[in-house]
Design a protein around this ligand. Structure first.
Ligand code: BES
Ligand code: MN
Ligand code: ZN
Length: 507
């Protein structure tokens, strides 16, 4: 999908669907002045829709009108943005999503959005970016495995953002471009996460990462089993040992022209391509959802793609620990003690707590190979996090309060919310083992997300580190205007927002 910003008059340009975003209209208020021209062209049709009460600009409210030759546009869609005082980037992102979904439902190829709302809180660049993000994210469908249906939706291929003549088009275009790269990268993450387990074993996840790297100019390293053995990565090898499809460790390197020698930010993703639980097998209800257990890895691939295309001026490295967790004669067992690459031994008390075991080696690799200024890991780590925060926020843990604050703000700015959860000394004690250095379970079901984070903290050591638990946010059964059912691609926009302010961050 192509999103372009221009200053052509939407009332005189041809389009399949002309979208008019409108903020909430008060009870006494009739037609907002800036819609008067359109209302005249439609011979009072707009004023009538508002006066009748059929359309009041409430959030996500929609009304379709047929200009019947009065305009070059085939259809006009009034789209409610909600209260003007609360207008923010996410309202515009939602509008972009609704515009494209309504267009696709009517087999529109070109959609034009009239950018005529008054902008108080959202600047022109940010507005264009949010619209572009919403349009591209809202247009996403995972239909690679479906035969084309006659009555299915069409595909919107062009979205035109029509600004008025006085607008600074240079900023609008820059915003649309940034939004396009971010949303396309998020959709790359969604595609990986939605891919079924049979189609995406660890080696395939590594190949997909390589494909993305090649397309955008990232360096890439893939470690296979002989290399993992050589590096004594007993943790990831143990988790992957139950599958006939062996584990991989992948590193994607973004190296900007300037600041070549600066210490990189390392993003580490959990890439469990299917999590059956292993010998500690999961109940079968909703086990299919565990194809998404590599969503952290998917976000890392998407984020590195965006780093390259946006030419982020800092070195960034993505590290992915990819393994399939299955029960078999070669699977690791409860009671096993495995030695991680760091030398720390791990007592395995539950083979379903495999994510932290994979991340132990991935985090150690990031630390020792890249000497990073900070590590941010992202993982569908604990069911307990879904209980604590639901689908509304990712869990946020850190050994550095500045890094935690930065991530929380990046989450708020992108509407990919992350909320701090504690990491107490008690949580760290709870993962001490009587027979090994650490154990992969904590205090039963108590504070399960915090004890999982405490396990990871032991491997991060004194490197500034944060952990995002995306168990509740990586996929959804509650679709919204720019988020269809399935993988969300959460993390990509948030991590790039973190990097937007990185030069001012002193950890
Ligand atoms: N991938 C799961 C966590 C998960 C569960 C993510 C539900 C999303 C939705 C993880 O590997 C896991 O199984 N964790 C266990 C840990 C427990 C055995 C200590 C859990 O949360 O139950
Ligand atoms: Mn598990
Ligand atoms: Zn898992």
């Amino acid at each position: 999908m192509l999103v372009i910003a221009d200053a052509r008059d939407p009332l005189t340009t041809g389009t399949d669907l002309l979208v008019i975003p409108v903020t909430a209209i008060g009870d006494k208020q009739r037609l907002p002045a800036r819609l008067a021209g359109l209302d005249r062209t439609l011979e009072g049709g707009l004023g009538a829709a508002i006066a009748s009460g059929d359309f009041r600009g409430k959030r996500d409210q929609k009304l379709l009108l047929y200009p019947n030759g009065a305009l070059p546009a085939k259809r006009v869609l009034l789209l409610g943005l909600g209260d003007e005082a609360a207008l923010d980037a996410d309202a515009l992102r939602r509008a972009g999503g609704s515009a494209v979904r309504e267009g696709a439902a009517r087999k529109a190829e070109k959609v034009t959005v009239a950018m005529i709302v008054r902008r108080r809180r959202v600047g022109i660049g940010a507005a264009a970016q949010a619209l572009a993000e919403g349009a591209i994210l809202g247009g996403y469908r995972f239909d690679a495995y479906k035969q084309a249906a006659e009555d299915g939706p069409g595909e919107v291929t062009r979205v035109q953002l029509s600004f008025d003549k006085s607008a600074d088009l240079r900023r609008a275009r820059a915003g649309a471009k940034r939004g396009t790269i971010l949303a396309d990268s998020q959709n790359v993450a969604r595609d990986l996460s939605n891919a079924p387990g049979n189609a995406l074993p660890p080696a395939q996840l590594a190949r997909e990462a390589q494909k993305v790297a090649k397309a955008v100019g990232l360096r890439v390293r893939v470690l296979g089993v002989p290399e993992l053995r050589k590096r004594k990565m007993g943790a990831i090898l143990a988790v992957g040992g139950g599958s006939s499809r062996p584990p991989r460790l992948v590193a994607l390197e973004h190296q900007p022209k300037r600041r070549k020698n600066a210490a990189p930010l390392c993003l580490v993703g959990k890439g469990v391509t299917f999590d059956s639980g292993g010998i500690s097998i999961k109940p079968s209800g909703a086990m299919d959802e565990m194809k998404h257990d590599m969503s952290g890895a998917a976000a890392v691939v998407g984020a590195l793609r965006a780093c390259a295309l946006l030419d982020v001026p800092y070195p960034v490295v993505g590290v992915i620990g990819a393994a399939e967790n299955l029960p078999s004669a070669t699977a690791y067992r409860p009671g096993d003690i495995v030695t991680s690459a760091s030398g720390k031994t791990i007592e395995v008390l539950n083979t379903d707590a495999e994510g932290r075991v994979v991340l132990a080696d991935a985090i150690h690799y990031a630390k020792t190979e890249y000497n990073p200024c900070a590590i941010v890991d992202i993982a569908t780590l604990t069911g307990a996090c879904v209980i604590a925060l639901g689908r509304w926020a990712s869990g946020l843990f850190a050994n550095n309060s500045t890094l935690s604050d930065q991530l929380r703000h990046a989450g708020a700015a992108t509407s990919e919310l992350a909320w701090p959860l504690p990491l107490f000394e008690g949580h760290k004690k709870a993962v001490k083992s009587s027979v090994a250095d650490v154990k992969n379970t904590g205090a039963g079901r108590e504070a399960g997300s915090s004890t999982a984070a405490a396990f990871l903290a032991a491997f991060a050591g004194d490197t500034p580190w944060a952990h995002l638990d995306i168990a509740g946010t990586a996929w959804t059964t509650h679709p919204s205007p720019y988020q269809p059912r399935g993988a969300t691609g959460v993390g990509v926009r948030m991590l790039l927002e973190l990097l937007a302010d990185w030069k001012n961050v002193k950890l």
